[in-house]
Design a protein around this ligand. Structure first.
Ligand SMILES: [Zn+2]
Length: 264
C-alpha cells in the first residue's frame, strides 16, 4: 500500500510539473524576450555599441535574463519584428527611436511597413510589449504603435531628481513601497491613450524646472491588457546608473514577468 501511495504522489508531482501555464509554455520554461534597440532617431548612450561590444542596457538585460529565467535576445535588427519570428518570443521590448522602417547609423536593419500592424496583432493574440524610456519617441504618427507605447514623446527637460509615487498596488511595484526617488531624464508625452493603468506617477510639484513644476503629476510607468496580450511601459531608463539600480532592475523584471503572465 505504501508503495502504491508513493507512486501516486510521484505521479501527481510529475503531472503538476507538466501543467501548462500558457500557450505552449511549461511552468519553468524561460521567458523568451526580444530586446530591440534600433535608433532611427537619436541614439542613447545606454544602448550604443562600441567596436562590436554590446550596449550597457543590452549587457544588463542579458545578466537579468540569466538570473531570472529569461532567455534574452538583443538586437538592432527590426526586421525580426514580423508575424513568423514573433511566434518564437513571449515578450518584445523596445528601446528604440524614430521611424524603424528607415535605415539608421547603428546599422540596425529596418522593419517592413507591415511590421507594426503584425506586432500589434501579435500582442492582441497573447503576446507582450514592453516599452522602455525611448519607446514613446518611436513612430510619432502611427496609430497602432501609439496603442502599444501609450503616448508620443513631446519633450524633456534637463535631468533632475524626481519622486515617483506608486499609483496602484500591484505586484510590479510591490518592492517599492510608496515611492522611489531617482535622477533621470523625464519625458513628457502628447496624445496619451486613456486606456492604460498608471503604476508610477511623477511628482511634478516641487521639481526644479518650470517645465515640470507647472504641470500636474502624470504617469511614468503604466500597464494595459489588450485582447489576450499585455503591455508594460516605463519612461525610466535614460541614465547608465538607472540601469544598475536594483529597484529599477526589479521593476523591469517584474514588468516583463507580468507581461508574460508569470507574475500576478
Ligand atoms: Zn533619454
Amino acid at each position: 500500500m505504501m508503495k502504491v501511495r508513493g507512486f501516486a504522489v510521484c505521479m501527481m508531482s510529475l503531472l503538476a510539473g507538466l501543467l501548462f501555464t500558457g500557450a505552449g509554455a511549461f511552468a519553468d520554461d524561460p521567458i523568451q524576450v526580444l530586446f530591440l534597440s534600433k535608433s532611427s532617431g537619436f541614439e542613447h548612450s545606454v544602448i550604443h555599441r562600441e567596436k562590436g561590444e554590446l550596449g550597457h542596457a543590452e549587457k544588463i538585460m542579458l545578466e537579468l535574463g540569466a538570473k531570472n529565467n529569461m532567455k534574452v535576445v538583443v538586437t538592432k535588427d527590426a526586421g525580426m519584428i514580423n508575424a513568423d519570428q514573433l511566434k518564437t518570443f513571449d515578450v518584445v521590448m523596445f528601446y528604440t527611436t524614430g521611424d524603424l522602417t528607415k535605415p539608421s547609423k547603428d546599422n540596425g536593419t529596418p522593419m517592413s511597413e507591415d511590421a507594426v500592424a503584425e506586432l500589434y496583432d501579435w500582442v492582441k493574440g497573447g503576446g507582450a510589449f514592453c516599452g522602455m524610456h525611448t519607446a514613446a519617441d518611436t513612430f510619432h504618427d502611427n496609430e497602432a504603435y501609439r496603442k502599444l507605447s501609450g503616448g508620443v514623446f513631446k519633450t524633456h527637460g534637463k535631468q533632475e531628481v524626481a519622486k515617483l509615487t506608486v499609483a496602484k498596488e500591484h505586484p510590479i511595484t510591490a518592492h517599492l513601497g510608496d515611492s522611489i526617488t531617482l535622477m533621470d531624464e523625464w519625458y513628457i508625452f502628447r496624445d496619451v491613450t486613456d486606456t492604460y493603468t498608471p503604476l508610477l506617477m511623477i511628482e511634478t510639484k516641487g521639481m526644479e524646472q518650470d517645465l515640470y513644476n507647472s504641470i500636474d503629476p502624470y504617469p511614468i510607468t503604466w500597464i494595459e491588457e489588450v485582447g489576450k496580450g499585455r503591455i508594460f511601459n516605463t519612461a525610466l531608463g535614460h541614465r547608465e546608473d538607472v540601469w544598475t539600480n536594483p529597484d529599477f532592475q526589479k521593476l523591469l523584471v517584474n514588468g516583463i514577468q507580468w507581461a508574460a503572465k508569470k507574475l500576478d
